[in-house]
Design a protein around this ligand. Structure first.
Ligand code: FMN
Length: 257
């Protein structure tokens, strides 16, 4: 059973616990799958319901710097999957030691939405625009604001898909220059815009899916001051990457020793 904070003795009348319970079930049960049931067809209304959630996300300066391209054609999905498989092969030679997943599953995804942005929207955030060192610092933060905004919208879309009963897959292995060049012409995306990630969703394949390991509440929640117990040394992080990363990525939480 997941840990539950205690219910306070008295609660303000505007608190809606039943809405929270419905929401936390969606947040908890949102699960990544990388292999879908290819026979399933996503109705257009579901794409609209998912992106309706994305539309209401918060964003820096309310600039809403995101756009979404729905990819309904099997042929285009296959081309995107082919690109990823190819990139995965090239990456294997670079010896990054990252446990890359099998991107062939992308072609089986009933729902595919490409998430994009326009980095020129960083101008809407606090920047000086004079090329100074100070400006570079603000510019760096402006990019963070932009990416956080797109992620906020994307997460709303993922939760909406999970609320509908779908499994999801968030793919970011697309930021690199080469991937951008390959992806944009396929979807008619103008050159000055950027593809940020791909959202896949649908029912899982017959193999099913599983809940992955999550940190406990005390491991992420620091009360008043940062808890030193939550601090990891560089060595500890390296050890985690070497010994744990592949387990938490591709294994059921109950199977982690
Ligand atoms: C920002 C972000 C980037 C991700 N990039 C990839 C990716 O490129 N390829 C992939 O297979 N999964 C990717 N994922 C999915 C994660 O691997 C997955 O969310 C994580 O293992 C936890 O599993 P869960 O979603 O089932 O809780 C990404 C997720 C996020 C939020």
């Amino acid at each position: 059973m997941p840990t539950r904070p205690d219910t306070p003795a008295t609660e303000a009348p505007f608190i809606t616990r039943d809405r929270y319970e419905a929401f936390i079930a969606i947040a908890r049960d949102r699960i990544t799958t990388r292999q879908f049931d290819p026979a399933y067809h996503v109705p257009r209304a579901h794409y609209e319901m998912i992106l309706e959630a994305a539309r209401h996300a918060p964003s820096g300066a309310n600039a809403q710097p995101w756009f979404y391209v729905v990819v309904p054609e099997a042929e285009t999905k296959q081309k995107i999957a082919d690109y990823f498989v190819e990139e995965q092969r090239a990456r294997a030679k670079l010896k990054m030691k990252f446990p890359t997943p099998d991107y062939r599953g992308l072609a089986t995804a009933p729902g595919v939405i490409v998430v994009g942005t326009d980095f020129r929207w960083t101008r809407a955030f606090p920047v000086l625009g004079d090329g100074s060192d100070l400006d570079r610092m603000y510019q760096q933060n402006a990019e963070r604001i932009l990416l956080q905004s797109v992620a906020a919208s994307t997460m709303s879309a993922h939760l909406a898909a999970a609320a509908l009963g779908y499994n999801v897959w968030w793919i970011t292995a697309i930021g690199q220059e080469m991937a951008q060049k390959a992806m944009k012409p396929l979807l008619g995306i103008p050159d000055e815009l950027s593809v940020i990630d791909i959202m896949c969703f649908g029912p899982p394949s017959a193999k099913g899916t599983y809940k992955r390991w999550k940190k406990s509440l005390p491991e992420i929640m620091n009360w008043g001051r940062f808890d030193p117990a939550n601090h990891r040394t560089a060595d500890e992080i390296e050890t985690w990457i070497r010994d744990q990363r592949h387990r938490v990525l591709y294994r059921d939480a109950t199977q982690i020793d």
